[in-house]
Design a binder for this molecule. Sequence first.
Ligand SMILES: [Zn+2]
Length: 491
Amino acid sequence: MASKRLAAATAALLSTLATVGTVACSTSNGESVPPTGSVKPVASDVVAGGGGGGGEAAPGTAGIGDPDFPTDGNGGYDVGHYGLKLSYDPPSKHLSGVTRIEARATQNLASFNLDLSGFTVSRVTVDGKPASFGRAGTELSVTPAAFIPNAAAFTVEVAYAGEPKPVRGSSNLGTYGFIPTKDGAFVTCQPNGAKTWFPGNDHPSDKASYDFEITVPAGLTALANGELVGTPKSAEGKTTFQWRESHPMASYLATVTLGRFEMLQGTTPGGVKNLAAVDPRFRGSLKKLYDVSGRVTDYWSTVFGPYPFSSTGGVVDDFPAGYALENQTKPMYGGFDPDDAIIAHELAHQWFGDSLSITRWKDLWLNEGFATYAEWLWSEHEGEATAEQLFRRHYGAGAEDPIWGYTPGQAKPDDLFNDSVYTRGGMTLHALRQRIGDPAFFKLLKEWNTTHRYGNVTTPEFVAMAEKISGKKLDALFDAWLFTARKPTTW
Ligand SMILES: [Zn+2]
């Protein structure tokens, strides 16, 4: 994610370093659901057939184990695939959906939770059999008729309907999730807004592939991640779009932005499918969005390694979010004409954040520091300010500047998108580059991507790889830049 103002400030080599706040997403903690205690197995034949471990079946936890976001995601299972069948009517703001989740148990599971905010749930089944369910805060707890043995595959279906309510005014970011607009909806979910439109395991440490089937009034277009499957089908004044994202994706990167759009489709000069879409109000931006997205995608492919997904592009919608989000294959820009810097930022996230996803939110600099540094690399590539000049500008901030008081290696849950995570995170990479030299630094960027493609990563893994590739001991450098609340003086 990037704020419009922050990226613009990086693009221009400003004569004085402006104080720019990072407008970004904030936290939203649902209410927790206390475990209800262990449940004795009710079907011993299932245990024998499942090949799972011994022990009694217990409820999955109401959080996936991220200490900063204790109720985000859920424990006890791992999702492999989501099938989302949705119908949305903009005038009435009514959404009805059936979500099909294909998952695997990671323990003997007596019950488990899904994250879902709002809506009325009418039916839940597990492996086709009715399951009992309950609601508390943003947790939907499901108790199957028979417990699920450890390692067994199972399928959950949830039918639900109602008016989606995005997360609003939480901490330091405005609105995120499924956001109704004049002609449809703008759907950007970082960090935990997927639960505002479908039930699931809403945390980036559980990635899955997705199928989308979205029915909207005729004349509107629904844009989801990945590729359009077949041609949209129209009947009775409605049109149904099917999209498929076959690569693993974090829940906050899923989207079904819909409304009136003008589109340009083709391929980048380097041969990657490219789709740009803009609300008619931004039709003047369409060609530039398409062209710059294509050039940036091709350039990053030479710097970071092959493009990880099936297509690139971008979407500008008429909702004044003031930020952009790196939705997988389709970055979304909320109500402004994106400049080169923010396009370079969001497309760098396709490698850093989307293909390689963080395991815990405190490591967010692995997304935002890298995407910010990418803005500097793009500026240098375009013959504007060099990364070294941009580093010097930011490093020039006085010792009392708040950027030095916030440690970017430990993003704080109530101030996740602090400028330090972005700018000091980017500076950390430049300090590393100076220390280990260009050959090792750029080798590291590529090897980091190749090794962890489509997976999850942590800061210690990055530090270990940097030390291995450079042959240098780097703990003091990373300590000073990521984990010490004062201005670093050496690197
Ligand atoms: Zn970002």
